[in-house]
Design a protein around this ligand. Structure first.
Ligand SMILES: *Cc1c(COP(=O)(O)O)cnc(C)c1O
Length: 391
């Protein structure tokens, strides 16, 4: 069956994605042909580059339903998140500040909050239920008179859980609290409408949607209400003073193309991923009857599967699969040291269960043959590891 498969098969699309060939093609003219600095407005080279950037800003703004001038380019979602949290904190210096976030957020969010906590802010980290979901009522209960902002991610990078950000946005707006969402995993996969969802700050990144690495966006609302931010990177005053530094024109052009493609193909691609993911889960359950799903069965990204295989150490399984499939245990972003995933711990999994959990992320070039093959090798290797542990 695996004869015509190209091994290893990449099933780690939450960590990053390959650049789509159509995205690469859209980027190429902006390395050597149209190479000007968009800030050099006194000659054609600069003006041509400036036009490319503004066209990209338009495309990205339209897809999330915001004004293009409120789109600020950054080096990625991590920087966008840092700018939003630290920038808002600095803008409110001298006041008693309270923030609300969730235990299952990405480390970029949690560590930025830890930083401002050490500078005097108060932060509430809301727990989630056993399936990783937040209840809107928890946000209502957590908001106080001093609350500046609530930050809830749209979709989780480990368990794919999609939070009720529509309801949370309405709650925040009604109470005059800013609402931020880390939409890095949601962009291009689930519909996002900043106006309808009452989002004031939104972070996203190109490399999770088949765009290049090192480019992201912070959307920051500039009116009704205006979100005050103090920049964390100072210099030439680019991006309306919010983020200085010469713009990465090819990456910005690639990001726009990636967003455009993801949106255009979302309606067909997401059901395709869901069907493959469901079949993979079904096949894994047949091969490993005591397999457990981590995260909500329905409120989750179509391409995401996260499962616990009791008695099978994820690290051992991943090593056994080195030549066949590329998957992740816990979150790749924090595996410089192998610490148990804070997300799975927040669902109430024991440390042992966390260490027996794997994340599978399907993507644009994943085929049914890939998932059939993956189910077979994972089940075979898991059974082999169990056999070795008991004999
Ligand atoms: C990947 C990811 C980030 C970090 O994005 P970078 O652009 O790699 O810095 C933040 N949040 C989530 C949910 C992610 O998946």
């Amino acid at each position: 069956m695996a004869d015509d498969l190209k091994l290893p098969i990449y099933l780690d699309h939450h960590a990053t994605t390959p650049v789509d060939p159509r995205v690469l093609e859209a980027m190429i003219p902006y390395f050597s042909e149209v190479f000007g600095n968009p800030a050099s407005k006194n000659h054609a080279f600069g003006r041509d580059a400036h036009r490319v950037v503004e066209a990209a800003r338009d495309v990205i703004g339209k897809t999330i339903n915001v004004k293009p001038q409120d789109v600020c380019f950054t080096s990625g979602a991590t920087e966008a998140i840092n700018l939003a949290i630290k920038g808002l904190f600095l803008a409110n210096r001298g006041r008693h500040q309270h923030y609300v976030t969730v235990a299952t957020e990405h480390k970029a969010v949690l560590d930025s909050f830890h930083r401002i906590e050490s500078e005097g802010a108060e932060v509430t980290y809301l727990p989630v239920d056993g399936q990783g979901m937040l209840e809107p009522q928890q946000v209502i209960d957590a908001i106080r008179p001093q609350t500046i902002m609530v930050s809830v991610m749209a979709a989780n990078n480990e368990i794919g859980v999609i939070q009720p950000i529509n309801e949370i946005g309405a709650i925040c707006r009604e109470r005059n609290v800013f609402f931020m969402t880390d939409a890095t995993q949601a962009l291009g996969k689930v519909p996002l409408d900043v106006q309808a969802m009452n989002i004031d700050l939104l972070a996203c990144s190109a490399h999770k949607i088949y765009g290049p690495k090192g480019i992201g966006v912070l959307y920051c609302r500039r009116s009704m209400p205006r979100v005050p931010l103090i920049p964390i990177i100072d210099g030439g005053g680019h991006e309306r003073g919010l983020r200085s530094g010469t713009l990465n024109v090819p990456a910005i052009a690639g990001f726009a193309k990636a967003v455009e493609l993801s949106l255009k193909e979302m309606k067909a691609e997401q059901p395709r991923l869901r069907r493959m993911r469901d079949a993979l889960y079904q096949a894994l359950r047949e091969g490993i009857p005591d397999l457990k799903l981590n995260g909500h069965p329905d409120h989750r990204l179509a391409g995401n599967l996260n499962v616990c295989i009791p008695g099978v150490e994820a690290e051992a399984l991943i090593i056994a699969l080195t030549d066949t499939i590329a998957i992740s245990s816990g979150s790749a972003c924090t595996t410089a040291a192998v610490e148990p995933s804070h997300v799975l711990r927040a669902l109430g999994l024991s440390e042992v269960a966390v260490h027996c959990s794997i994340r599978l992320g399907l993507g644009r070039q994943t085929s049914r043959d890939d998932t059939n093959f993956a189910a077979e090798v994972i089940a075979t290797e898991a059974r082999r590891i169990r056999f070795l542990a008991t004999h």
